[in-house]
Write a protein that binds this ligand. Structure first.
Ligand code: HEC
Length: 727
């Protein structure tokens, strides 16, 4: 059967010409009618190739400055006063209907022209929802005559749902009353695990191919790739991302690891070559993220691009971008399927952007690198039991888009005291550049675990063969500590004591999630980056302003309240899990006490001088940069007369035939359009909240729209989706 992907990428005008022929063949009656042009963004990131490219050009460099809000659809699925949600959803549009998810993880169908709601679906049956949802998948069944069966396949928590696209009601014939548990069909007892997909699956014929998010800690489940029958929900094939005995790649692990090792999951989405029937995975790190004594070896298919036969799940080729990962350098975005030019010939290729700042480009059929890649020696680990890989792959072209090296001269200087403190910290840490292993004395890590590239990934312009990618540039610190189970238990007791105190005396003003109620009661989140433990204890004892004094209430339990405000409870959870015997017996465990923590000065200022975020245009045929510009601005930290600071943000760019790139996601709440040839900002607007989500663009009623999910605010914690068009 021919998928709808065949004509997704035809430009609007050509498509209308082709409609009678193609539509006749496929019987797309509804498609022809009013919304003959609405399938240019019917898949996450535009199309099965994950190009984030749109052939639309009604909005272009000459008129984009007239772009204005067309409609805003505000969700109302969270209680008033809830903490503002963040939505990472990239909406899709089919036949004039936009399908999205909210921060609360509900699914919605919205009239793409007016913003009016058609239906909503709560996957949690009234329970608290949430978590990350990057969107939904559309599938239609044309195997019978008459109106096609149209479905929205979507995950809420650990369930995969099939909803009727017209009504939003679960489809009875799919799984159990429209739902399939993602916990079934992995390694361990489904009742004891929770596997939560965050990015939508991809359709090949009548299969929905799914990855999932699993834990990054000891005792995690393996991130097997699974294909479900779109009609029935039946599991049709499974690919073992951690190979079983007898499967290729098994030898890259300890013999028994397949029984206890976890991770190596595709949480960021996949791409599909419909014509060749090949699905391309972007796999994450093996667990535990930062210590691998129980996983000696390269750990295939961790951090690998893997090509599978989409019909059967059979292995075709792979390339591992990080051996034996110790940095949480997951492949963070679906690979982009591209076509590059070499010596006048077109080569179908696959480009993978990485958290550590590289673009790897491979021949799509063979996996052969299209630019040379060198295995270079990298620093050895000093942590007992660890087996850091002696070499790692370095592509010689394109040059890295992220900053991969810093010296003392790159440290920021906001205040003298702050500067002194980060200089001391910098000198105290182990740092030998990219791939310096985590260390007991602390390791500096650049790029950090948030990229380089993040889940927004890259956009690809087929006409110019240019790839556009956002880079985050922020160092992190990894401080490893050997786990003493007895000490852990003691720490847990102290922490629990503090939690009880907090829930008794502090929760009324500072909130159950410590997020406060600004401006009256400050949020206590991220306290460690702005206040020493001593200063906080002093404040708690003495009070001040509207804060009462608590010296007597906390007497004898000072350590507990501070632990609750400053320490990570999940460290303890990690140990309890691993003690269940899922991890290799007898191995010492080390934990990263500052995992995912930014390197900042005591005032909370970034330690690395700007820019902290860039947008990059890389020609994949030549491997050369067309341009690199700063993206985002932190006005408070911008020195007078200095260039913009750039900001972190995980949303991806989209690129259009109209010559534009649209991108949001930075904390300055800006939504910007860039000229794709020059990298100049040609339009920008300030959004009601941070739009930590990749935009989409589509035609409806003869007009081109650009739309995006926007996170919640204090006034509306549920967030919204907003669309723009020309007057
Ligand atoms: C009646 C409301 C209220 C209660 C109850 C309360 N606080 Fe506060 N808290 C405040 C206010 C208001 C401030 C800001 C005070 C100021 O600006 O001087 C504050 C400030 C703080 C700060 C400093 C935060 C910063 O960013 O400067 C800490 C730490 C803190 N509170 C901890 C606690 C703890 C722990 C408890 C419980 C033992 C608690 N508070 C109970 C109202 C409260």
């Amino acid at each position: 059967m021919i998928g709808i992907n065949q004509f997704q990428k035809l430009p609007f005008k050509k498509k209308t010409v082709l409609i009678p022929v193609v539509a006749g063949f496929l019987g797309l009656v509804a498609y022809q009618a009013r919304h003959a042009d609405d399938r240019s963004w019917s898949i996450y990131k535009a199309d099965a190739e994950s190009t984030s490219y749109s052939p639309l050009d009604q909005i272009n460099a000459t008129n984009v400055n007239q772009l204005q809000p067309a409609w805003t659809h505000s969700y109302a699925d969270m209680k008033e006063g809830s903490r503002a949600g963040s939505s990472e959803c990239n909406p899709i549009i089919v036949d004039g209907v936009m399908y999205t998810t909210s921060a609360k993880h509900w699914a919605y169908a919205i009239n793409a022209e007016t913003g009016e709601q058609i239906w909503s679906f709560d996957p949690f049956d009234g329970a608290e929802g949430g978590g990350v949802s990057r969107g939904v998948t559309y599938w239609e069944d044309r195997s019978h005559s008459g109106e096609p069966d149209k479905r929205i396949l979507f995950t809420g928590g650990d369930n995969l749902f099939a909803l009727d696209a017209r009504t939003g009601k679960p489809v009875p014939g799919f799984g159990e009353n429209g739902r399939v548990s993602m916990n079934v069909g992995l390694r361990d007892d489904p009742a004891s695990i929770s596997v939560i997909p965050t990015s939508p699956g991809i359709i090949y014929k009548d299969l929905l191919i799914m990855g999932a998010e699993v834990s990054e800690l000891y005792g995690a489940q393996p991130g097997y790739i699974r294909a479900y029958n779109c009609r029935t929900g039946k599991l049709e094939w499974t690919f073992h991302t951690i190979p079983l005995p007898g499967e290729a790649g098994y030898e890259s692990w300890p013999k028994e690891a397949y029984k206890y090792a976890g991770g190596v999951n595709d949480w960021a989405g996949m791409s599909l070559d419909t014509r060749r029937g090949i699905v391309f995975l972007a796999l994450g790190s093996p667990s535990y993220d930062f210590y691998g004594a129980d996983r000696k070896g390269d750990n295939l298919y961790g951090n690998s691009v893997v090509a599978l036969d989409a019909a059967t799940g059979k292995y075709i080729w792979h390339y591992q971008t990080v051996h034996h990962d110790l940095w949480d350098y997951d492949l963070p975005a679906p690979p982009n399927l591209v076509t590059v030019k070499r010596d006048g010939k077109a080569i179908d290729a696959v480009a993978q952007v990485t958290k550590h700042g590289f673009v790897f480009v491979f021949n799509r059929e063979t996996g052969e690198p299209l630019f040379p890649i060198e295995e270079r020696p990298v620093p050895a680990s000093r942590i007992p039991g660890e087996y850091a890989s002696p070499t790692q792959p370095f592509p010689l072209k394109p040059k890295p888009f992220a900053r991969q090296w810093m010296t003392e001269a790159d440290l920021t200087h906001f205040t003298d005291a702050g500067h002194d403190s980060i200089v001391r910290k910098f000198r105290s840490m182990r740092y030998e550049g990219l791939f310096t292993p985590p260390d007991l004395k602390g390791t500096l890590m650049l790029p950090g675990s948030r990229g380089g590239a993040e889940w927004g990934g890259a956009a690809y312009d087929p006409a110019s063969t240019v790839l556009f990618v956002k880079s985050n540039d922020s160092p992190e610190i990894q401080s490893m500590k050997k786990v003493d189970p007895e000490q852990e238990a003691k720490d847990q007791t102290v922490f629990d004591q503090g939690k009880t105190l907090y829930m008794t005396y502090c929760v009324a003003c500072h909130g159950k999630d410590k997020n406060g109620d600004e401006p009256n009661y400050p949020s206590l989140i991220g306290l460690r980056s702005r206040m020493t433990r001593e200063a906080a204890l002093d404040k708690i004892k003495k009070g001040g302003g509207k804060m009462p004094a608590f010296a007597s209430a906390i007497k004898g339990k000072e350590k507990g309240i501070i632990a609750f405000l400053y320490d990570r409870p999940q460290n303890s959870a990690k140990i309890t899990k691993q003690e269940t015997g899922q991890t290799q017996k007898g191995a010492d465990k080390y934990l990263n006490l500052t995992a995912y923590g930014h390197f900042r000065d005591p005032q909370g200022n970034p330690a690395l001088r700007p820019p902290w975020g860039t947008l990059n245009a890389i020609n994949l045929s030549t491997g050369e940069y067309e341009w690199q510009v700063t993206l985002g601005n932190d006005e408070k930290r911008q020195a007078s007369g200095a260039p913009e600071t750039g900001q972190e943000g995980s949303a991806g760019p989209i690129v259009t035939a109209g010559g534009l790139i649209f991108i949001s996601g930075t904390q300055d709440r800006k939504f910007r359009a860039f000229d794709k040839k020059t990298g100049k900002v040609v339009w920008q607007t300030t959004l009601p909240g941070v739009a930590n989500a990749t935009a989409c663009t589509y035609m409806s009623g003869g007009k081109q729209y650009v739309a995006l999910s926007i996170g919640g605010t204090k006034e509306n914690p549920s967030g919204s989706v907003m669309a723009f068009r020309l007057p």
